[in-house]
Structure formats: structure tokens, C-alpha cells
Ligand binder design. Structure first.
Ligand SMILES: Cc1ncc(COP(=O)(O)O)c(C=O)c1O
Ligand SMILES: N[C@@H](CCCC[NH3+])C(=O)O
Length: 409
């Protein structure tokens, strides 16, 4: 909620309306100070154990953000060769990158292994291929599905019995048999429960399951508990209590390490936690329609730029930063796409006028990375504000970008 905390609205002293004039609207803007603060918060909460953060960069792959992560000692979790390449371009050594695929072509796994990244094997057929291909010459990690349902929306729960992700913990015997057969070198166990998980309880439950499972693997160096911490979407929103979680998980983890007889590394792979609150999508009001049923605010953006409200029913707080003292009114805030693309329903906002700039909060994670060119619209530019300076870190697309891959022009 940083922007509203600093009325008149600014990010590190920079006026966002001015930024939309300079770089055009709509515009994604990220506050580097928030990213630094969030990473420090996580590091502090787990200061008592050997903890490593692997940023799940599907949340935001802007190279400037990846470089910032690298600068503050945060490593990477990637899900595709494309993300892996971006990590390398941002200056990461492949050994700092974990590849956590989901049912990919095994050749992608070969590419990642040969480049030096560690792979989280997510199926028995892939484990068999890994064993046949590498024996014990390359290490791997295994993604376990603990069969626990948790997350802010069914679409973002990834560890329940019906989820496609990982190898069910119920197949432990088969996993162990395969490891023995090919002498596979398993150095880590991984699980990722889902996204937007508020309570400590599911995190503790999956940690228990993974650590119990870990007892069957003698050569582990890493326990990776994934991401999924819930951030604040509206003022006063309940979020994951990181201090509490840090204390409880660290205690459980230390006990495990004592029993295991060795100190292991504890990894987390947050996406949202690190970048969601750092990001804003600034849009401009094209037209206000006072309909007998509803007042509609149509903005110069849509589900092509921020799909979360339509995909998960996600709440994104909206501020009218052009008219903050306006009389409160109720609006449906909608986009310009030829689909139903509602950002907010019956939302109270200070009176919105044509041309007013609205800010969507929590746009730093899964905003631009999930955007598209639907309706032949351009993706917005991105600006990173860090150390008091605003830098354009992605230009707005042009017609040329839209046509680049079409043939027969
Ligand atoms: C394997 C894995 N790790 C980490 C994350 C990051 O999740 P979040 O952004 O909720 O922290 C995801 C995304 O759901 C994921 O699939
Ligand atoms: N894209 C989701 C979170 C990650 C899901 C991928 N496993 C969201 O915006 O909430």
C-alpha cells in the first residue's frame, strides 16, 4: 500500500503522473526499495538457518529486476529455457539457477543440465530418463507433491492430489527404486504448495511431509519449500506472518538437520512476496459511462496487460491519483478489450473523470509476464525506480513488434 501511504502520490519522490506523461500510458512502474525491503524481511525471518532465496522469476522477468535480485544476493528459479537464458543475460551463473519444469520436453532438461543449472525432476518418466542419461554424473533435485491443498484460488493450488505438479509422495517407493536402479545423485527435495497462502499451518504441514520424506535420501544438501507467501492486496489485509513462519520452520528444520546428522540448506522460491507490492500499473481513463445500472470507468488497458482479476478473480487495489480528494462514487473499472475485462466491480473511488490516471496496486508479480497482444494491442513500457532514479527498463511495443513474427508482409 506504499503509494497511498505517501500522499501526494509519489514513488521515492517521483510523481507517477509525470512518468505516464514521459513514457506513455499505460505504464508499469516498480519500486526497487520495496524489493530490497521484502528480500531483507525474508532473510531476517530465516536468519537462524542456512537459507537461500531463489526468485521465481515467472513473476517478473524484466532484466533490471533480475539484476537487482542478483545484486542483493537473491538467486533464481526458472521454468523454461527462455527464463534460464534471461537469468544468464542478467549475469547469473547457471549454477545459481534452478530449473523447475512442469512436464517439459526432456531435451529442455538436457539443455539446463548441460548449462550447469540444477533441475527439479517432476515425474517418474523424467527421473528414469535422468538416470539413464546421467547416472550419478550429474546431481538433481526431486519435486514432491505432498497432497496438501492450499492457496488463494483453486487455479493457483499446486500440491493437492489432483494437481499436475511434481511426483506424488505416495510414489516414494517407486522413486527410491528408480534412484537405486540408476544410482541417481539426488541432492535436494523440492515442493511448492501454491500461491497466496496466508497461514503458517499449510507451510508447516508440507515442511513436515517433505522432511519426513527426506529421511529416505542420504545425500541431500537442499530442502526447497517453494514460494507462495501471501502479500497484502488491500489495506489491512491478512498476510503471511513471516516472523512466525521463520521461527516455526527454522526450529523444525534445525531439529531435522540434527537428526539427519548434517547442516542442509533451506531454499525458498518466492515470486509474489518479493515483487508484487513493488509494482504499479498506471492507466488512464478513456471514458466514464454513467449507465442507469452502473457507472463504468473504461481505462486504456485491459486483461491483455493485467489478467489476474479475470483469471483468478484477484483483487487489485485502485487509486485515482489524479483526483484523490474527489467525491466518492461507485464504479465498475473495465478495460478496452473486446471481452469482458473487469478490473473491479462496484468499487468506491474518488470521482473519476476522463483523463484521470488510476493506479493498480500489486502489479509487480504476474502482471507484464502474463500479458499478451490480444486485440493487437501493444504491451506497456516498464520503469524501475531505484536509488531515487527512474529508468525506462522496457520500451512500449510498436506495430513493428506486433508484425515481427508474421510472414508474407
Ligand atoms: C515451482 C514454483 N515455485 C515458486 C512459485 C512462486 O509462487 P509465488 O509467486 O506465489 O511465491 C511458483 C508459482 O506458483 C512455482 O510454480
Ligand atoms: N500466476 C499466479 C501465481 C503463480 C501460479 C503459477 N504456479 C498469480 O498471478 O497469482
Amino acid at each position: 500500500m506504499q503509494l497511498s501511504d505517501h500522499y501526494p502520490y509519489s514513488i521515492q519522490g517521483i510523481d507517477p503522473i509525470q512518468l505516464t506523461k514521459q513514457y506513455g500510458s499505460p505504464l508499469y512502474v516498480y519500486d526497487g526499495a520495496t524489493i530490497r525491503r521484502k528480500a531483507a524481511e525474508l532473510q531476517y525471518a530465516f536468519a537462524g538457518v542456512n537459507m537461500k532465496i531463489k526468485f521465481a522469476c515467472k513473476a517478473n522477468t524484466n532484466l533490471a529486476i533480475l539484476r537487482l535480485m542478483r545484486e542483493i544476493g537473491v538467486e533464481l528459479d526458472v521454468v523454461s529455457p527462455g527464463e534460464l537464458e534471461m537469468g544468464k543475460i542478467a549475469g547469473y551463473d547457471a549454477s545459481q539457477i534452478t530449473f523447475t519444469p512442469s512436464g517439459v520436453d526432456f531435451e529442455e532438461v538436457r539443455e539446463a543440465v548441460e548449462t550447469g543449472a540444477i533441475v527439479n525432476v517432476d515425474s517418474l518418466p523424467l527421473l528414469e530418463w535422468f538416470g539413464q542419461t546421467y547416472g550419478n554424473s550429474k546431481p538433481c533435485m526431486i519435486r514432491i507433491k505432498p497432497n496438501v491443498a492450499a492457496g488463494g484460488h483453486t487455479k493457483i493450488m499446486t500440491a493437492h492430489a489432483d494437481s499436475k505438479f511434481g511426483i506424488s509422495v505416495l510414489l516414494l517407493d517407486e522413486i527410491l527404486e528408480m534412484i537405486k536402479k540408476y544410482d541417481i545423485k539426488v541432492i535436494g527435495l523440492h515442493q511448492h504448495t501454491g500461491s497466496d497462502i496466508k497461514d503458517a499451518e499449510p507451510f508447516l504441514k508440507v515442511a513436515d511431509i517433505l522432511l519426513e520424506t527426506a529421511k529416505h535420501f542420504p545425500d541431500l544438501q537442499i530442502i526447497d519449500l517453494g514460494g507462495g507467501f501471501k502479500v497484502s492486496y488491500l489495506p489491512g489485509d491478512a498476510i503471511t506472518d513471516m516472523d512466525l513462519l521463520g521461527k516455526k520452520i527454522s526450529k523444525r528444520f534445525r531439529t531435522f538437520c540434527e537428526e539427519y546428522g548434517r547442516d542442509l540448506q533451506l531454499w525458498f522460491e518466492p515470486g509474489k512476496f518479493l515483487v508484487s507490492e513493488s509494482g504499479f500499473l498506471f492507466v488512464t481513463t478513456n471514458v466514464v459511462k454513467e449507465d442507469p445500472a452502473r457507472n463504468f470507468v473504461h481505462v486504456d488497458s485491459g486483461l491483455n496487460h493485467l489478467i489476474r482479476p479475470m483469471m483468478y478473480g484477484s483483487y487489485h487495489h485502485i487509486l485515482n491519483i489524479s483526483n484523490p480528494k474527489g467525491e466518492p462514487k461507485h464504479y465498475n473499472v473495465v478495460g478496452y478489450i473486446c471481452e469482458t475485462d473487469t478490473f473491479a466491480t462496484d468499487r468506491e473511488l474518488p470521482e473519476v473523470r476522463q483523463g484521470d490516471v488510476l493506479a493498480f496496486l500489486n502489479a509487480g508479480a504476474y502482471g507484464l509476464t502474463m500479458s499478451s497482444n490480444y486485440n493487437a494491442r501493444f504491451r506497456p513500457a516498464e520503469v524501475l525506480i531505484d536509488n531515487g532514479e527512474a529508468k525506462l527498463v522496457r520500451r512500449r511495443e510498436t506495430m513493428e513488434d506486433l508484425l515481427r513474427t508474421q510472414t508474407g508482409l
